[in-house]
Ligand binder design. Structure first.
Ligand code: NAP
Ligand code: MG
Length: 401
């Protein structure tokens, strides 16, 4: 069989530890035999980031802007222990943070639904995609521990010196204070990324805030979404047969629990932080979550939602067998290849991505899986495979389709 040809390179961001091992296996077993893989390779492994003073991360983000689609392996975010382990020059920033800042994106996470790994919420038949605004609010706050009686005020000073002043509270005793902000620019980017992603994936979009209580702050989120929807997306949504739906956050939470799934839930930063952990754990496992960063300019970076699986890597280094789940990393590749196919009009690439995803899911549904899934599956008589044998089993299924 002739290999599938690509025209534009994918930006390939290699990573660390166990996921770096999986990365190579996936390429060798599942991609290179079928695709004339064209990538621009960036080694984001911690050693190379350290050698290049993290320039490689910035370069990979720039390349992503240039080509439009990247696929990223999980990477170590250094902490004190890593400083000694890797003898680092500096405690380099999180590559995900650097890339997110460069692309100004929104992160969309969705579970990979497989029969036999049922969500705890019985009526969730389809995946729920969570879109988290990744800027501002309580994550960029300023706080004061109020020592005793006094007046707290909120003051804005314009460039010309004029001021807006509001009393927050007249304290009669000790207490606490918090200042938070967001920008119209960031909210606008967030809204556009959500509307584009809904169109891309043909799913309804839900958005919720607490605008009845927060009449200016949260209301501003609601208004920006509504205005962008009316002016730029309403017709496209109607043509695609999908809808945009706004409600209060508490109502959204109640409805989500009763829904069938199959929609995108856009959340403010804090809501997204909390709700994405709830949704992902209810669906089963971080190793069964896709994650894609989408910028307002239409640049896509695909990755797995989990980390580098350090504990398994140390076992691997000691020559022990591992059973690490490669599904999310396989889906990062298929997501990126499908998008590349879409943008370049290469239908075989899109078909390949669909088929590889189908083969991965089918392998698990036939009872062949890694240990993490074997522990939570409702299937009987499962075969627990090691990291490499699972990938090989996916290849066998792929060949049979
Ligand atoms: P982790 O790599 O996600 O792993 C935590 C635990 O979850 C593992 O020990 C394992 O449990 C289980 N697990 C996660 N992924 C799995 C998979 N694919 N297959 C099977 N089990 C899986 O998180 P971490 O150990 O806290 O972090 C390790 C490194 O990853 C850190 O240096 C961190 O900075 C980095 N990190 C990177 C990203 C990213 O690049 N996107 C995200 C998060 C963390 P058991 O040990 O019980 O089997
Ligand atoms: Mg969290």
């Amino acid at each position: 069989m002739e290999k599938i040809k690509m025209t534009t390179p994918l930006v390939e961001m290699d990573g660390d530890e166990m996921t770096r091992i999986l990365w190579r296996m996936i390429k060798e077993e599942l991609l290179l035999p079928y695709i004339d893989l064209k990538t621009e390779y960036y080694d984001l492994g911690l050693e190379h980031r350290n050698e290049t003073d993290d320039q490689v991360t910035l370069d990979s983000a720039e390349a992503t802007k240039k080509y439009g689609v990247a696929v990223k392996c999980a990477t170590i975010t250094p902490n004190a222990a890593r400083m000694t382990e890797y003898n680092l020059k500096e405690m380099w920033r999180s590559p995900n943070g650097t890339i997110r800042a460069a692309l100004d994106g929104t992160v969309f996470r969705a579970p990979i639904v497989v029969k036999g790994i049922e969500p705890c919420v019985r009526n969730w038949e389809k995946p729920i995609t969570l879109a988290r605004h990744a800027y501002g609010d309580v994550y960029k706050n300023t706080e004061i521990k109020v020592p005793g009686p006094g007046k707290a005020e909120l003051v804005f000073t314009a460039q010309d010196g004029t001021q807006i002043r509001e009393t927050i509270h007249n304290f009669t005793g000790s207490g606490i204070l918090q200042g938070i902000h967001n920008t119209d620019e960031s909210i606008t980017s967030f809204a556009k990324a959500c509307f584009n992603f809904a169109l891309d994936t043909k799913q309804d979009l839900w958005f919720a805030t607490k605008d009845t209580i927060s009449k200016k702050y949260d209301h501003n989120f609601k208004d920006i979404f509504q205005e962008i929807y009316e002016t730029s997306y309403k017709e496209k949504f109607e043509a695609a047969g999908i809808e945009y739906f706004y409600t209060l956050i508490d109502d959204a939470v109640a409805r989500v629990m009763k829904a069938k799934g199959g929609f995108i839930w856009a959340c403010k930063n804090y809501d997204g932080d909390v709700m994405s952990d709830m949704v992902s754990s209810a669906f089963g496992s971080l190793a069964m979550m896709t994650s894609v960063l989408v910028s307002p300019s239409g640049v896509y970076e695909y990755e797995a939602a989990h980390g580098t699986v350090q504990r398994h890597y140390y076992k691997h280094l000691q020559g022990e067998e591992t059973s690490t789940n490669s599904v999310a990393t396989i889906f990062a590749w298929t997501g990126a290849l499908r998008k590349r196919g879409e943008l370049d009009g290469i239908e075989e690439l899109m078909i390949f991505a669909d088929k590889l995803e189908k083969a991965t899911v089918k392998t698990i549904e036939e009872g062949k899986m890694t240990k993490d899934l074997a522990l939570i599956t409702s299937l009987k008589d499962v075969t627990v495979l090691n990291s490499e044998d699972f990938i090989k089993a996916v290849r066998v299924t792929f060949e049979s389709l």
